[in-house]
Design a protein around this ligand. Structure first.
Ligand SMILES: [Zn+2]
Length: 150
């Protein structure tokens, strides 16, 4: 599942390079206005995946100013959070002798084992402090089944 973190960052950087400063400024100036059926989906912009987090994505913080620029243009904003239980099946610390980034077999197949991250209710699982999405209507939390990554 965390392969998507890399893809997400790549997508964010692609968005920045694709839009360029003109595109972002056009959003900021209201020249580009997504329709009422468009949604901005903000995926896992949580302390755990940001710089200094327990499963940090290198350069992860770079996505925040992009989101903050885009968000005011959208009527619909959805936010997701990785939201694991303590002792989660995807955590290496759950298994004696296992280290992060090794694998194990679970009922649904091979599971990469992660460092403990994004544990429900912790500061690590909180949305990034600099993130400004006050009009987000929906938060989707996943990874909360203790025995399944997501
Ligand atoms: Zn996770």
């Amino acid at each position: 599942m965390h392969r998507r973190i890399v893809l997400k960052s790549a997508a964010a950087l692609g968005l920045m390079s694709g839009l360029g400063s003109f595109g972002l400024s056009a959003f900021a100036a209201g020249k580009i206005k997504p329709g009422s059926k468009a949604a901005l989906i903000v995926v896992d912009v949580q302390n755990c995946f940001l710089d200094g987090g327990t499963l940090a994505v290198k350069g992860g913080n770079e996505v925040i100013p992009v989101i903050n620029t885009l968000a005011p243009a959208f009527e619909n904003i959805v936010v997701t959070q990785d939201w694991h239980t303590a002792g989660h099946a995807s955590f290496a610390s759950t298994y004696s002798g296992k280290k992060p980034f090794e694998t194990t077999k679970l009922s649904y197949g091979t599971q990469v084992l992660w460092p403990d991250h994004c544990v429900q209710g912790t500061e690590d699982a909180a949305l990034g402090k600099e993130l400004k999405v006050p009009t987000a209507q929906l938060i989707i939390r996943k990874g909360f089944h203790k025995e399944m990554d997501s």
